[in-house]
Design a protein around this ligand. Sequence first.
Ligand code: FES
Ligand SMILES: [Fe+2]
Length: 342
Amino acid sequence: MFLMESWYVFGWSYEVAEKPVGRVIIEQPIVVWRNVDGQIHAAEDRCPHRHAPLSFGRVEGNHLRCMYHGMTFNEAGQCVDAPLMAEAPKCSIRTYPVVEKDSWIWVWTGAPENADESLIPKAWGIDDPNKPMRSHGIEYDAHYQLIHDNLCDLSHVDFVHETTLKVASGADWSATEPNITASGRSIKYERWFVDAALPSDTSVRVDAWSTYEFVVPGIFILYGARFPAGTAEKCGYQAPEGVTPLFENIEQQAVTPISETKTAYRYATGLIMDAANVTDQVKARMEVVIKTFEEDRQIIEAQQKIWALTDPEMKKQFLPQDKGPTMMRRLMAKLIREQEAR
Ligand code: FES
Ligand SMILES: [Fe+2]
């Protein structure tokens, strides 16, 4: 089951240039293309003639031509030309609302009249020189919910990422419970890691503030900051205010279901700083993050294989850190139920 009434991340803005790009989102083939002025459009990636993908086609001004037998469509999805026909056949392809925001291309898969742009979660964007980020993407052979579970419970960092992200973050993730709050379509996590290590010099002890939001349908936006030891206590273990951080890191990630067994995962990692060597630092950080997400992919795909052999009703042991994943699963189930009831 998928949530249809939602914006999904199709990809990074830079991925769509002169050539159309085809991808599958929640089992719907979608083509995204830019017209001659660079304006973005999204449509069904299926020609009405012989169902060839239009992403194999060619942009001609403000039209998209199927490069199998030449049918051509305008920005509204209507056929405007077909070989051997004096008048274009009266047929069209479905178009999708599409928006570019914070370096991502967002496609609305629900009823077009419900495409409310205010539902698009705020991300960092990868093009701000004061917040340099690097981007990447992978595919999982796994159901999207298992990836949601993983991102809604970062206690696994200590075990799955024992030699990668745990070391890079300098924190004890499984020993520190976050404060979790839900609001609307998102779940927010906040916590202090008291007496953590400074990533650039692990001999320096700091207090690390970590907060992230996980927003429907799978958008993860994180902010982390390191402060001099004692800051957490001074702030009463609440969000830091009026204190200058020693180091700040940011992440933006998107889980986009392809099918019930395949999921795309796009992510960017970065720092907030204007130091001269920032690019090298972000590059080094990305190397750790790529290894980290490969570790996630391996455990989640292995877990998916066991889930496929297991009765869904079989009881699972609940642990305190399951609170976040449970809240997210309930929120998704509620939204899907509401969609079914319409
Ligand atoms: S499949 Fe597109 S024109 Fe034939
Ligand atoms: Fe992970």
